[in-house]
Design a protein around this ligand. Structure first.
Ligand code: BTN
Length: 256
């Protein structure tokens, strides 16, 4: 276990840096289940995550030593369960703000919290909450950012990229990790201080395809719609020819 000198108040002040692990989210979950209390903000970082998990039960592939794969423990006990997507929004804005310091053009967040540069995915977030009654007791924020990987051969559609591919130069992993932790912490503290409404608007402002007619796929087939909002529960709200519609995460696919 290592402590470090990041310029944060609590996120990554306790940093557990592993050479290899199946999944940093899994590792943190097991650690939490043991009796010793874990400090809020504890970060598990892995050089090689060999069984990384993504959203919708997908796997998260990351070339060992080249990218960031890490999980942050937060205890947002003040956040009501029905408002849990506010945490996703705060985390997404934090990552976007950190990456904007590196990348000259716009970073977008593809609902719910994929990190995009143009039409390419450069990062993803898997948030796993433990609920107690009406509150979130623990939140494991799992983050994968493609930093120095340049080959994405096996990934579908050639739609993955990395910071190094965008900049055409490698980036120091520790510096970018510190930036991301710093920016997430700032957004998390804003959320706890009651800035959820402003963050909601900020999230919409950086949302991929927000306000643009786009093609989607649902169980009923393909259709054109315009993303108009995201509910605090996390549902995506669309304006379509048939009127306003809302979709949960597994109910809709982006085709654009
Ligand atoms: C996605 O876009 O599908 C989410 C990807 C999340 C990947 C990260 S890497 C660190 C953490 N540990 C995991 O097993 N998954 C998350």
């Amino acid at each position: 276990m290592q402590n470090n000198t990041f310029s944060t108040l609590f996120i990554a002040q306790k940093l557990i840096h592993l050479e290899a692990v199946d999944s940093t989210n899994n590792y943190l979950k097991v650690l939490l289940s043991k009796s010793e209390p874990l400090a809020e903000g504890t970060v598990i970082l892995a050089d090689n995550q060999f069984s990384g998990r993504g959203q919708r039960g997908n796997t998260w592939l990351s070339e060992p030593g080249l990218n960031l794969t890490f999980s942050i423990l937060l205890n947002p006990t003040l956040l009501k369960v029905e408002h849990q997507f506010k945490l996703n929004m705060a985390v997404s804005i934090g990552i976007k703000n950190a990456l904007c310091k590196y990348v000259p053009e716009e970073i977008k967040v593809k609902w719910p919290n994929d990190i995009y540069f143009g039409k390419k995915k450069i990062g993803g977030v898997l948030i796993e909450n433990t609920l107690q009654g009406n509150v979130i007791k623990h939140s494991i924020i799992g983050i994968g950012i493609n930093v120095n990987q340049r080959e994405f051969g096996s990934l579908p559609n050639g739609r993955a990229s990395s910071i190094a591919e965008i900049l055409q130069q490698d980036v120091d992993l520790r510096t970018i990790l510190e930036q991301i932790c710093h920016c997430i912490e700032a957004q998390y503290l804003r959320l706890l201080a009651g800035s959820g409404k402003t963050q909601h608007q900020e999230y919409l402002n950086c949302l991929y395809l927000y306000g643009l007619p786009s093609t989607f796929k649902s169980s009923e087939g393909n259709f054109v719609g315009i993303i108009s909002d995201v509910a605090n529960t996390g549902e995506l709200l669309l304006k379509t020819e048939e009127g306003d519609r809302h979709f949960g995460f597994k109910e809709i696919e982006f085709l654009d």
